[in-house]
Design a protein around this ligand. Structure first.
Ligand code: FPP
Length: 235
């Protein structure tokens, strides 16, 4: 049988943690803890499949509206994961990048992000991009500001701006656009995720809540992606 290719880059909106917890009479934070476990399992599975880039929406620019307790719990889970990743780096060979404005994170978490990004830069089995305090619109505003500064500084004229040049100002610089974006939990919105990079991505929306998302669900999403006819505006 013909082996269908796996997408090089898969992006996931890890949605439904709160509803998963509510269904079980648990606090929302328990849903995030379960979601972090699912992330571990799915990241490992992506590596097994040969996926080169996995981008996950871990915390949006809008998520600060949640309670201090919930925000703190998500940040703690991320910190614990990064400590673990730093410890196991030589074994796992995962490269980490962070998309988002990290300056609003605690100094300790910023330090862990910087350490994970710097120390893992030599690895390349799979690259995990964590979107943290990330918003697609915010990313475009920050890229526009940086380009405007370079124009003011005489490096470019406004006419120099091309799609490629603009992309080089984004958090995702040097990362190919995701072929497949998965949103579990039944919601059918993009929620400010990878606005520029998703121009030609295939979206797969699934009914499962993120903590229940399994390797079989990922297989199903990839199968659906493989069944699509990607035309990129052509015929
Ligand atoms: C969306 O579900 C999920 C988030 C805002 C947080 C995602 C964070 C994690 C999975 C943990 C991060 C840690 C690691 C190691 C990846 P929701 O809370 O909006 O769910 P709901 O729509 O059911 O309320």
């Amino acid at each position: 049988m013909e082996q269908k290719p796996v997408p090089r880059h898969i992006a996931i909106i890890m949605d439904g943690n709160g509803r998963w917890a509510k269904k079980r009479g648990l606090p929302r934070t328990a849903g995030h803890a379960a979601g972090a476990e699912t992330f571990r399992r799915i990241a490992n599975y992506c590596r097994t499949l040969g996926v080169e880039y996995l981008t996950v929406y871990a915390f949006s620019t809008e998520n600060w509206k949640r309670s201090e307790e919930e925000v703190g719990a998500i940040m703690k889970l991320l910190g614990n994961y990064l400590k673990e990743a730093l410890r196991d780096m030589e074994k796992n060979h995962v490269r980490f990048r962070f998309f988002g404005d990290l300056t609003r994170l605690s100094p300790k978490l910023q330090q862990l992000c910087a350490e994970a990004e710097n120390k893992s830069a030599v690895f390349g089995d799979v690259q995990v991009n964590f979107c943290l305090n990330y918003g697609g619109r915010d990313e475009l505003v920050k890229a526009s500001q940086a380009f405007a500064r370079d124009v003011a500084g005489g490096k470019y004229t406004p006419e120099d701006l091309t799609e490629e040049l603009l992309a080089s100002y984004l958090y995702s610089q040097n990362v190919p656009d995701p072929e497949l974006i998965i949103r579990p939990s039944g919601e059918m919105r993009t929620s400010n995720f990878l606005l520029w990079q998703s121009a030609y991505s295939e979206y797969v929306f699934m009914d499962v809540l993120w903590p229940d998302f399994s390797p079989e669900d990922l297989d199903q999403a990839i199968a659906e992606y493989n069944g699509r006819n990607r035309r990129f505006g052509g015929v």
